[in-house]
Design a protein around this ligand. Structure first.
Ligand code: SF4
Length: 492
């Protein structure tokens, strides 16, 4: 048996998403871009959650054999079972041409086993079921009697420091077993596919983003000569409608038939795109501007959301603000950059950030954010965590105006490519401001950079990361100032 064509859990799930993804991951992995720091961080968090789950089974035996050395890994699992191990971590099994490295196996009193798959999610997702089904198939094929197939995932109701209930179990035995009859057929199909020398031809479609973003999208987009913009940029278009267009070979916006039902936002986007014009509701923009009070505080937070909470009161993926930047515009047109805040060690950032926020914002004027419910949510969480400061913090929340509202309700430009995020709007209205030259370019990069910043003891590394984070967060608030000024010019 050629080990290269053994179908693992991840290959099986890749094949269910798209046969081409399975083929590329197996034979041409170099066509995917290198993992971003943000993806690396997600993987690291998953690893950390897996380690935490093992602590629930102090008598567990970790089988550390490299799963690529298949014979050794299988022999180690067999030996540990024969020697009476009650709990096994990372036991490897093979059946036919499928393999599974199980997260946790627990022996029951009657000799059967419970199979536990550990996930860093806070709920069961559809893709977890075939993942477990493949493991049941392999384990039972290898001679184990599986009593239960269980997803062990993070408990969204858990709150630090009460971490003994960090995990909850969901018994997925029934739905996983229901998939077993289709599994042999899928495995045979995937095996044939992997034996082919040529990659399969698969059209782009919504499957490229579900259940997760396919890392080969840029590669496939090049092959299919995906124009920019394309049908993927039509806002709020239902997946099946987009797929129906692609099925007919329609990728370019020019080729979308005029009678296609796209829904309100999609139809407006296409109408403006075709006319080469934008739609601006000046009275709406003026009303939004006139509600602002000076000094106007342009505020942006960066937050982390660790899978395993490490601060009192936080649950899994609870938001933990670690940085803000602030620009203050006075009524006479003066713009001042406030010191802002960046927490730089492993302690609790919340008291420092809350105090800095109150000191730097003061009692007068509006607060402007892009997608203000996020900033307001962060401040509300700070108020809950710090009862002494709750009152002034809650008062801040009554002073927000949301700049996103303007681009959601009053300003439409097809050049935003169907999105109203600040990163889509900014290059059109303020082309000289760009995120592309920064080391930290988005919120996930910022989380990854901050995780490194607070962990490192190296002053040079700390300085470099701190500078990169300040540049990124500062650009977010400067972008808001520039957008505000563009709107003001337009309104005047
Ligand atoms: S980008 Fe889409 S078509 Fe290409 S391999 Fe990925 S899922 Fe398949």
């Amino acid at each position: 048996m050629r080990e290269s064509i053994l179908i693992s859990k991840s290959r099986y799930l890749a094949g269910l998403q798209c046969p081409k993804r399975l083929w590329l991951e197996t034979h041409r992995p170099e066509l995917a871009p290198p993992r971003s720091p943000a993806v690396e961080r997600v993987l690291a968090q998953g690893w950390e959650v897996g380690l935490r789950a093992r602590e629930l089974f102090p008598d567990g035996i970790l089988l550390e054999e490299d799963p690529r050395l298949l014979a050794e890994a299988r022999a180690a699992a067999r030996k540990a079972m024969e020697e009476g191990a009650r709990v096994l971590f990372e036991a490897t099994f093979v059946h036919g041409e499928a393999m599974a490295r199980t997260d946790i196996l627990v022996r029951n009193g009657d000799g059967t086993w419970d199979l536990l798959e550990v996930k860093a999610s806070t709920k069961v997702k559809p893709e977890h079921v075939p993942d477990l089904a493949l493991q049941v198939h392999v384990c039972e094929g290898a001679g184990l009697a599986i009593r239960r197939a269980v997803l062990l995932h993070l408990n969204r109701n858990c709150r630090h420091p009460d971490l003994p209930n960090l995990f909850v179990e969901d018994d997925l035995s029934e739905p996983a077993r229901r998939l077993l009859p289709s599994l042999e057929g899928n495995l045979a199909r995937f095996r044939d596919l992997l034996d082919r020398k040529e990659e399969p031809e698969v059209r782009l479609g919504s499957h490229c983003f579900s259940p997760g973003d396919c890392p080969f999208f840029d590669n496939c987009a090049r092959l299919w000569k995906l124009p920019d913009p394309s049908v993927f940029d039509i806002p709020h278009l239902a997946a099946e409608r987009r797929d129906a267009l692609i099925e007919r070979g329609i990728l370019s916006l020019e080729d979308v038939p005029p009678d296609t039902e796209l829904g309100g936002p999609g139809e407006r986007f296409l109408r403006l795109y075709r006319a080469g014009t934008r739609e601006i509701d000046l009275p709406g923009i003026r009303a939004w501007l006139s509600a602002l009070r000076f000094p106007i505080h342009f505020l942006d937070f960066e937050t982390d959301a660790p899978a395993i909470p490490r601060l009192p009161g936080l649950g899994p993926y609870g938001k933990m603000p670690f940085q803000f930047s602030l620009q203050v515009l006075t009524g006479d047109g003066r713009l001042e950059e406030a010191p802002g805040f960046l927490h730089q060690d492993l302690g609790d950032p919340r008291p420092g950030i809350a105090r800095a926020l109150l000191e730097q914002i003061g009692e007068e004027g509006s607060l402007v954010a892009y997608n203000a419910p996020f900033e307001k949510g962060v401040i509300r969480e700070l108020a809950l965590a710090l009862p002494d400061l709750a009152e002034p913090l809650d008062r801040l929340n009554g002073r927000f105006a949301d700049l996103l509202d303007v681009f959601r309700n009053h300003y439409f430009d097809p050049a935003f490519k169907g999105s109203n995020s600040i990163k889509s709007v900014l290059p059109v209205l303020c082309p000289d401001l760009s995120y592309t030259d920064l080391d930290v370019r988005n919120g996930q990069d910022a989380q990854a950079a901050w995780a490194r910043l607070i962990a490192t003891e190296n002053p040079e590394e700390k300085g470099r990361l701190s500078k990169a984070l300040k540049e990124y967060c500062g650009l977010d608030t400067m972008a808001m100032v520039r957008l505000y000024r563009s709107l003001r010019n337009l309104a005047d």
